[in-house]
Design a protein around this ligand. Structure first.
Ligand code: AMP
Ligand code: MG
Length: 414
């Protein structure tokens, strides 16, 4: 059977070409807001944050043991010191150590000023007053210097970083209460199609459940987005145009699915052309060729295809980089790796393909990938069963079992 999507009169824009056009067009949001640290997870930092303090704040012990001065170490034979007190984590020993003394110390406790070494408790015998040390204990060990992790005034997190849980932990370690972040993106998304019914309604001949909005709602779950589900709109040109125009007034981005192709009921591209501006329409990607990108007023517009797999593929490959740039985040790329393909793959030349695969790793770290099977753009189960894309170049004419292929695990970014 001839793939109807392969019949094309003019050369299609490559995926790389589409991404370059998006990159050239998108102006990141500049407004910022101050948010408390707990609400900053996943948000885009608006400024470099430097540490107001040394981390650690104090010179402290890395082990449970005894703090001593290296001057008191006898390197030739066992020696004893008198126990002067205890430095607890949170309750420092505040006196000065004099020669011949040691201090019981616990992990995280401040090392007394005159001590420069912590001898671990396993090496030591104590009767509660006199502490016996073996010969050749090592000086200057087991102490964490103040500022060893981050010095006061040094960078904690760079602007444009999308804050991770460990970033939040690091900022908390510096006592940072709140941070400036870029404002959230307002995103409206909806489905289009006369055939769509909602879950909860009875199935009927000719009707299908609207799955795209559910997948999109999940894909748009991100602390940087205020994503609003606008429902399903029938294939009614006037209604669609009104809905687009209204949504464009209040949002940074509109994402639609369906109606972006060349059928008689596919109005999305024409409406975008008449009430906005088309940047490109159709790209050399499979699945997902009929994709319209442009603007209505100041609002970016992504008209994604209707087929459910094409929606997910184009969202992840085209829309995600655009939203990342718009949110003000630094560039990040999905991780890709080479894996040995254990099945043969069919592929016609012309479009870059994102087939669904199941990636595994053996005990030596070698990667293997198998096709999930049927690759039609309506086979959403392939996406659900798979854990990666197998990326085949536009020129590729198929893959034999045993060949290396490029693979992109779902949702792994560098
Ligand atoms: P279209 O691009 O509107 O021609 O739609 C292409 C295919 O995707 C058709 O088989 C549609 O029925 C299907 N489709 C469109 N929208 C949705 C949706 N929201 N959920 C599931 N399938 C859809
Ligand atoms: Mg349709």
């Amino acid at each position: 059977m001839i793939d109807p999507c392969s019949i094309e009169t003019s050369p299609l824009l490559s995926v790389g070409g589409a991404l370059a056009k998006i990159e050239a067009d998108i102006q990141p949001v500049t407004a910022t807001e101050q948010v408390v640290l707990k609400s900053a997870l996943g948000r885009v930092l608006a400024e470099d944050i430097v540490s107001p303090i040394n981390i650690p704040y104090d010179r402290n012990s890395a082990m449970d043991g005894y703090a001593i001065s290296s001057r008191d170490i006898n390197t030739n034979q066992p020696f004893t010191l008198s126990l002067a007190g205890t430095s607890w984590a949170g309750k420092p020993y505040r006196e000065s150590l004099t020669s011949g003394q040691c201090v019981r110390i616990f992990t995280g406790a401040v090392v007394p000023n005159d001590a420069d070494s912590v001898i671990i408790q396993e090496q030591v015998h104590s009767d509660g007053e006199i502490v016996a040390f073996p010969a050749n204990v090592q000086a200057y060990r087991n102490i964490r210097e103040a500022g060893e992790d981050v010095e006061q005034g040094n960078l904690l997190c760079r602007r444009q970083k999308k804050l991770t849980p460990t970033d939040i932990g690091l900022l908390a370690a510096a006592g940072i209460y709140d941070v400036p972040v870029r404002r959230k993106l307002n995103i409206a998304f909806f489905s289009t199609g006369d055939e769509l019914i909602s879950i909860g309604q009875r199935p009927e001949p000719g009707k299908i459940y609207d799955s795209n909005r559910y997948a999109l709602a999940g894909l748009l779950t991100d602390p940087c987005y205020n994503a609003v589900d606008m429902g399903a709109i029938p294939d009614d040109r006037a209604l669609l145009e009104d809905t687009f125009k209204q949504a464009a007034e209040y949002n940074d981005v509109i994402i639609t699915t369906g109606g972006a192709s060349v059928g008689d009921a596919d109005y999305v591209k024409d409406i975008l052309a008449s009430c906005g501006k088309i940047n490109f329409w159709k790209i050399a990607i499979k699945p997902g060729k009929p994709l319209a990108f442009g603007k209505i007023g100041a609002c970016y517009f992504f008209g994604l295809p209707g087929n459910p797999v094409a929606v997910v593929v184009t969202f992840q490959q085209i829309v995600v980089p655009a939203l990342r740039q718009l949110s003000g985040a630094a560039e990040s790329k999905a991780m890709r790796l080479l894996a040995t393909c254990t099945t043969s793959l069919k592929k016609a030349p012309g479009r870059q393909e994102f087939q669904r695969g199941i990636l595994t790793q053996d005990e030596n770290g070698n990667f293997f990938v198998a096709s999930t099977g049927q690759q039609g753009s309506h086979i959403l189960s392939s996406m659900s069963q798979g854990n990666c894309y197998i990326i085949l170049s536009a020129e590729c004419v198929g893959v034999s079992s045993g060949e290396k292929v490029l693979v992109e695990p779902f949702g792994t970014f560098l």
